[in-house]
Design a protein around this ligand. Structure first.
Ligand SMILES: [Zn+2]
Length: 601
């Protein structure tokens, strides 16, 4: 008996910031207009065992064509599957071995590149190349040991740009980017723990300083089950916050489905042509579809009225959940009895539907619009099995993460016979003798704070933002500049200037220009922002105008201010002094001198 309310495991996919895995193209994702377009159609082929993948068959039912958008500088013949691959990128392998070490994995002695069948068109070849790097490791997060089942090094897929009924459009620039795939054991038991473990793994990966950063560069899939439920894999969590919600809502969905299974009776389903009910419909999309020769099919769900309205996740009732299966097959959805029909608008058609299907007040119904043979295939192979499953419980399947934390049906759980060897690439015997463990970002932050006397907040940000190496270089080069000033330049100045001046400063380029002058004592710290804005706007900087006021002048000004403002607080005098000295002076220096002078009064 499972004592936990839920059981979850993570699959983390991280893009590497190297060249592509099997060619020399850069890992740059472009989304501007394509430089060339090619079109393909894929057929599922029988695997080694002779069986065709059920996921492959499922996709084939959709009879899709695929359009690939490419660019001269980020794609070559390898991405187009026009040229065999040869060498595995050694840099990517090195990072994979580093991560394997961090995860305490047992390395595979001889690593083989395998082909994993992919049938949704996201790989031009119809497969994804992947290699198992290590197995059976562990990490410790919040005092709990979490098993790491495996680490794979694989190639990223092409990015979907548009899904249509007959054509899907993909962007090729992402295809072939090295990806690390880390799979944890099913050892997680709360949304909070899933978030914490995902955050920790993300930190480990960024510690290598060889991974891509930013939206979409790390993707988390999570599998969730509750006692009496089933293993459901949810793909594409947007961020850590989203991940926690996903786990929580999926547990809710499974519990609701388990309860529904007790209520929904096993029954026979009958599909009926309801096209006649829409002869004079006001619903424009239905009128248009029927004009084009499509049909409206309906199914009576005896005794289902309340069940269809049952909420599975916030804002997702069973009817909407079922519509997700039609959407996954590229049908414009599925209309059910327990939704607001005025939005379509459907009014008197509803009573005609009920009449034609012989529905009583307790019954529910489903309505589907589409091309007849495709609808019937969907009905027979997808919808009826799904309806029957409702009397049993939670189906094992792959689902897609939505931005609000809910999830929708994506495809059936793929079968096990998806791999066969890639014969174009030789096996690799890893040499780990020279593979060093990187300093963890959490350790780096602690060290920076201690070593350079900066606040732990600043140190955390330097480590987290991946700019610690510039910080350390700059601090050792520009020794007359306060370490906190340098840290601030790297972690917050860019954002401050963007907010205030709406301009982006490339700090890695302009930081050293500025620090050189500060180091020489040629400019005042208070003029940093002014100067950076000018540099970013490519304006000429009159460095002399930012020269710091000399101490004799500062002292004289301060003495005058103290005399003119008897009894004024140090704060008030600070403000007046900075204005009087036109900010050409370090605030800390003014504060120190004011303290001295006021003490001598
Ligand atoms: Zn390439």
């Amino acid at each position: 008996v499972n004592e936990h309310a839920l059981t979850a495991g993570l699959e983390v996919h991280q893009q590497l910031d190297t060249k592509k895995l099997f060619c020399a193209c850069p890992c740059v994702i472009r989304d501007d207009p394509a430089e060339f377009v090619v079109e393909r159609s894929l057929r599922a082929s029988a695997g080694e065992s002779g069986e065709t993948d059920i996921a492959a068959q499922h996709e084939q039912k959709k009879q899709k064509r695929y359009q690939y958008h490419g660019y001269q500088d980020t794609t070559c013949l390898v991405e187009l599957d026009e040229e065999p691959v040869s060498r595995l990128n050694p840099q990517a392998l090195h990072v994979a071995l580093q991560v394997a070490k961090m995860l305490q994995l047992t390395l595979i002695d001889e690593m083989h590149v395998m082909r994993k069948t992919v049938v949704d068109g996201s790989n031009t070849s119809g497969f994804q190349r992947t290699m198992l790097v290590g197995v059976q490791g562990h990490i410790e997060v919040e005092g709990q040991q979490i098993r790491i089942e495996q680490l794979c090094l694989e190639e990223d897929s092409a990015k979907i740009m548009q899904r249509g009924t007959s054509v899907d459009v993909y962007n090729l620039s992402r295809l072939g980017i090295p990806l690390l795939e880390i799979t944890t054991g099913p050892d997680l038991h709360s949304p909070q723990q899933v978030k914490a473990v995902a955050a920790y793994i993300g930190m480990l990966l960024r510690s290598t300083e060889a991974v891509k950063r930013g939206l979409g560069t790390i993707r988390q899939d999570v599998n969730v089950s509750v006692p009496g439920g089933n293993r459901v894999e949810i793909k594409g969590a947007q961020d850590l916050e989203n991940l926690g919600l996903l786990v929580d809502y999926e547990a809710q969905r499974q519990k609701a489905l388990i309860n529904l299974a007790l209520i929904i009776p096993k029954q026979q389903y009958l599909v009926q042509d309801l096209t006649v009910a829409f002869k004079e419909t006001q619903a424009k999309f239905i009128a248009k579809s029927i004009q084009e020769g499509q049909v409206a099919l309906g199914v009576k769900l005896a005794g289902w009225k309340e069940s269809l309205a049952t909420e599975l996740m916030p804002g997702v009732r069973l009817g909407k959940e079922l519509a997700g299966y039609a959407k996954a097959q590229s049908f414009g959805g599925l209309i059910h009895s327990e939704e607001d029909h005025t939005k379509y608008p459907l009014t008197k058609e509803v009573s005609t539907i009920k009449q034609l299907l012989h529905c009583s007040d307790d019954d529910g119904w489903l309505l589907m619009i589409g091309e007849k043979s495709r609808l019937l295939t969907f009905y027979e192979h997808v919808l009826v099995p799904r309806l029957q499953q409702l009397s049993v419980g939670v189906p094992k399947e792959v689902r897609k993460a939505e931005i609000d934390g809910t999830n929708t049906y994506l495809r059936p759980m793929p079968g096990a016979n998806r791999m066969y060897p890639e014969t174009d690439v030789r096996p690799v015997s890893p040499d780990t003798a020279h593979v060093q463990l990187p300093e963890l970002l959490t350790e780096r932050a602690k060290r920076l704070a201690k070593q350079y006397g900066i606040s732990s907040d600043l140190a955390d940000q330097l480590a987290r933002d991946g700019v610690a190496k510039y910080f350390e270089q700059w601090v050792s080069k520009y020794t007359n500049v306060n370490a906190s000033v340098i840290a601030n330049l790297l972690v917050s100045k860019e954002q401050e200037i963007k907010t205030r001046h709406n301009i982006i400063v490339d700090m890695i380029t302009y930081g050293p220009v500025l620090l050189e002058k500060l180091h020489e004592g040629l400019i005042a710290v208070s003029s940093i922002e002014d100067i950076l804005v000018k540099l970013a706007k490519q304006q000429v900087v009159d460095w002399d105008s930012y020269a710091p006021a000399d101490e004799t002048k500062v002292r004289a000004t301060l003495q005058q201010l103290i005399a003119d403002n008897p009894g004024a607080s140090i704060g008030l005098l600070m403000g007046k002094a900075m204005r009087a000295l036109e900010n050409k002076v370090d605030g800390k220096q003014v504060q120190r001198l004011l303290g001295e002078l006021m003490l001598n009064e």
